[in-house]
Write a protein that binds this ligand. Structure first.
Ligand SMILES: NC(=O)c1ccc[n+]([C@@H]2O[C@H](COP(=O)([O-])OP(=O)(O)OC[C@H]3O[C@@H](n4cnc5c(N)ncnc54)[C@H](O)[C@@H]3O)[C@@H](O)[C@H]2O)c1
Length: 354
């Protein structure tokens, strides 16, 4: 499918967010028109909107609106050649504090998007940003061993990564709302024949990520190191994630979109895979090595739904599209560090002038 052929925009919900704005930038750079729907709920994302406008002008239209409101959703979906649905309440912690709000945005908002496509533009491909949280804890305590500063599954088959065959075990309100949305998106391909695909993402990191303690932990760790702030580690710090650089994640999304006749009706796990797996304590050591600064940290209780180990098996996505992660963790960390440092210095400069 040649997505650049006609002039209709690709609609990105949550397109001012971290992953969404990187996707918008890449699509506009290759010549696609882009429409963004975002309510700017995430602190900092107006900066991403300005960045997109400064780089692409009229090629990107940014509409302020909410996926809970079906009117703007229908208006934008009607005109779109494809829909990338990323708008979400993104933090497990916030979902525990306010599960109704989380449900309305993540589950109800996704149903609004699907209904708009079904009723007004049923040929448009729909890609959904799901999460590894739909697999729950995945692993029992007696199935993992702690080796130095990380957990590792005892079974070497599992250690190679989690495939799409793993059973769903929605954990935490965020896991439930995203899991419900994930299943609706998948089912609309079966029941209504929509051209949908689900991407269950592990930890994505990179420039334009406004990470905080609740979501975006790699950016949060780097930023805390820059600011000389003490980190709190929830759990023992040996929990492992496979990190995927945002540039590689964007290429994966485009690969699924551009091969929609092959990928429609499918679910894919998306992450950096075993070679980009890192524990919290290992990341702190890596950041310290890179910056020469000693990072201060303390410990607090585990948070609900936190997986001790999650590493993606990307082979289904590779088989379907040829995509593979390319950016090694240290290279990606360097890119994020450079972006955060430049932004931090700029802010300091502005504060000094004020
Ligand atoms: N970053 C990751 O590691 C990761 C991992 C798994 C899944 N995801 C999913 O990927 C998507 C993007 O995540 P991100 O890291 O870019 O987060 P983000 O917070 O940077 O982006 C989400 C965007 O959605 C917008 N938004 C929130 N509520 C909205 C609403 N009701 N209507 C319209 N816009 C709304 C926010 O303002 C923000 O710009 C989310 O769906 C998230 O659940 C992210």
């Amino acid at each position: 499918m040649n997505m650049t052929r006609d002039n209709k925009p690709v609609l990105i919900t949550g397109g001012c967010g971290f992953i969404g704005c990187n996707l918008a930038d890449r699509l506009a750079t290759r010549g696609d028109q882009v429409a963004v729907l975002d309510n700017h709920a995430r602190a900092g994302v107006r900066e991403n909107a300005q960045w997109l406008k400064s780089r692409h002008g009229d090629r990107i239209a940014i509409v302020t609106g909410d996926v809970r409101d079906s009117i703007p959703v229908i208006e934008l979906v009607r005109e779109a050649k494809a829909v990338l649905h990323l708008a979400a309440q993104v933090a497990v912690t916030s979902s525990v504090d306010d599960p109704v709000d989380d449900f309305e945005i993540n589950a109800r908002g996704t149903l609004n998007v699907l209904e708009a496509v079904r009723l007004h533009n049923p040929c448009a491909p729909v890609l959904f940003a799901s999460t590894n949280k739909v697999y729950g804890r995945l692993i029992r305590d007696n199935q993992i061993a702690r080796i130095d500063q990380r957990y590792q599954p005892i079974d070497p088959v599992l250690a190679a990564g989690v495939s799409e065959a793993a059973p769903l075990d929605l954990y935490s309100p965020y896991g439930c709302s995203k899991g419900a949305a994930d299943q609706y998106v998948h089912d609309y391909a079966r029941v209504y024949g929509l051209r949908t695909a689900v991407l269950r993402m592990s930890c994505i990191y990179g420039p334009r990520q406004f990470g905080n303690e609740d979501q975006g932990w790699i950016a949060h760790f780097l930023l805390s190191a820059l600011r000389g702030m003490r980190l709190t580690i929830y759990g023992d710090g040996c929990q492992v994630r496979d990190a995927l650089f945002v540039g590689d994640a964007v290429e994966a999304w485009l690969a699924v979109l551009d091969n929609i006749e092959t990928t429609r009706g499918r679910v894919f796990n998306l992450g950096g895979g075993p070679s980009n797996a890192v524990s919290l304590l290992e990341l702190i050591a890596l950041i310290s090595q890179g910056s020469g600064a000693k990072i201060q940290f303390g410990f607090a209780d585990w948070r609900p739904g936190d997986q001790p180990w999650y590493v993606t098996d990307v082979s289904a996505l590779t088989a379907a599209t040829g995509w593979q992660p390319k950016t090694p963790l240290v290279t990606g960390l360097g890119a994020l560090q450079s972006w955060l440092t430049a932004r931090f210095m700029q802010q300091r400069g502005q504060e000094a002038l004020a």
